[in-house]
Design a binder for this molecule. Structure first.
Ligand code: FAD
Length: 451
């Protein structure tokens, strides 16, 4: 029986701890923040997440999905709000199983910590920060957040789930054991709460709750995901600078004016917009590309610590949860921990590179592509081809969100081939692929590409 030290009791660290403990391993979870079961969530950093199949499968594997399910709200499609506040609903999948789910990150994390706390093989230590570590000697430097001097502790196997700014990754890079390339996005984000609206005696949702709302405006966008209490968490994504940049929104009147002009229906339901805007942090986004996730056969990076991505495919956490499942499988099947850790990077990195690229592409699709009438037509045609050629043509979005059995890298490769099939089909038959000749042509294109 091995002893695992996990740095970071965020969602990935907590889930990994649960999976290991289920197989009888001893786990110590070390987290710099206070215990989420008793501490209030940070204001303006609630992050409302979209969970999809990869995340759900991992939660199921850890035996916690039934605890999470009551907190989830199904979102079967996007609700696009145009400049005139006209709405268009675009389904994500083909049936009621192909939906994504909104859940509060803070609540999800709390449920995982509660489950971990019930496990006798898991020790939880909050308010404890990892400052440094030496993989060769297996020694870890920690300090208490409420004061006290740093102290050293030995570790046997250390898993780093300490997020995008990982201190463990920093320690590996400083020792020349890993290389990192951090690519910031030129766009930042800010969270805003759309409170439940009073309708007579009862409070209700300001917009349709079963949808991911998007206000795409070309170079920027607003999105909103529902919460179980009737509110929405909205996130504004803007360039840091420029005509529609955060730098132009320095005072309340400018914020209100911008919202009224760009997102009038949202502006109408955020009474305290100016106050929220001033109070909530403006946060950065970016992609972390790292090589050398494991060191000395006993240290491994996972989740955002290894591969943080931009949030536009709603996959960062889903991918981190998938990491846990893959690592758990490798550790269970390989008696040698060191080789399992090395294999983890070999298997995962091509896939995490693929989702990093697809997430960046999806920003353009969300803020811009969805505005075009051709976008909806193309989506419809892709869905038609999926029905016509099940298993052979699956829209890339669906492969990523609803098909965990298809690795990200394969989804990216097949997605590119399918794009070419769609292009050639549209070139010859337009968007009316239902006619028999178009079907025969589509089949010949799929045969030719080996799909
Ligand atoms: C605006 C936004 C929207 C997003 N939407 C989605 C979405 O819809 N779907 C999706 O799948 N993903 C989404 N993501 C991504 C998702 O939030 C991350 O991928 C996920 O939180 C990563 O989990 P993690 O446990 O690896 O890291 P984190 O969530 O960052 O957790 C790391 C933990 O480590 C702790 N820690 C850090 N440093 C130390 C240290 N030195 N010592 C001890 N503890 C430490 C932190 O306090 C934290 O608890 C979104 C992200 C953002 C920013």
């Amino acid at each position: 029986m091995a002893r695992y030290t996990i740095i970071g009791a965020g969602p990935v660290g907590a889930l990994m701890g649960l999976m290991l403990a289920r197989r009888g391993q001893r786990v110590c979870l070390i987290e710099r923040r206070p215990d989420p079961r008793t501490a209030p969530p940070e204001r303006g950093r609630s992050i409302n997440l979209a969970l999809a199949a990869r995340g759900m499968v991992a939660l199921e594997h850890a035996g916690v999905s039934s605890h999470i399910a009551p907190q989830m709200i199904a979102m079967p499609g996007r609700m696009v709000h145009d400049e005139q506040a006209a709405l268009q609903f675009l389904p994500y999948g083909q049936n009621e199983r192909e939906v994504i789910y909104a859940i509060s990150r803070e609540r999800l994390n709390r449920i995982l910590i509660e489950a971990a706390a019930e496990h006798s093989d898991i020790e939880l230590r909050f308010n404890t920060r990892c400052i440094d570590l030496d993989p060769q000697s297996g020694s870890l430097q920690l300090c208490d957040e409420d004061g006290g001097s740093p102290r050293n502790e030995p570790f046997e196997i250390l898993l780093a789930a300490d997020g995008a700014g990982s201190a463990v990754r920093g320690a590996l890079v400083a020792r020349g054991l890993a290389r990192v390339d951090e690519q910031p996005l030129a766009h930042d984000y800010k969270e805003l709460l759309i409170a439940a609206v009073e309708r007579g005696a009862v409070a209700g949702y300001a917009f349709e709750p079963h949808a991911l709302h998007i206000w795409p405006r070309g170079g920027f966008m607003l999105i909103a995901l529902p919460n179980t209490d009737g509110s929405f968490t909205a996130t504004l994504f803007l360039p840091r600078q420029g005509a529609h940049g955060f730098d132009r929104l320095g005072h309340g009147a400018a914020v209100r004016g911008f919202f009224q002009q760009q997102f009038a229906d949202a502006a109408a339901v955020i009474a305290d917009l100016e106050q929220q805007f001033a109070l909530h942090p403006q946060s950065q986004l970016g992609t972390v590309y790292c090589e050398g996730w494991q060191a000395a056969g006993r240290v491994l990076l996972l989740g955002d610590a290894a591969h943080a991505i931009v949030p536009f495919h709603g996959q960062g956490l889903n991918c981190g949860f998938e990491d846990c499942r893959v690592l758990d499988r490798l550790l269970a099947s390989d008696g040698q921990c060191a080789s399992a850790l090395a294999e983890f990077e070999r298997e995962r990195r091509p896939n995490t590179d693929a989702i990093a690229a697809m997430a960046l592409e999806n920003y353009v699709e969300m803020r811009d592509g969805v505005r075009s009438a051709l976008f909806a037509q193309r989506k419809r045609l892709a869905a038609e081809l999926e029905r016509e050629f099940p298993g052979r043509f699956i829209p890339r979005y669906s492969m990523v969100m609803f098909h965990p059995e298809i690795p990200y890298a394969e989804a990216q490769r097949r997605g590119a081939q399918q794009q070419r099939v769609l292009d050639r089909l549209v070139e010859r038959f337009g968007y009316e692929a239902a006619q028999p000749a178009a079907r025969t042509y589509a089949q010949s294109l799929l045969d030719a590409t080996g799909l």
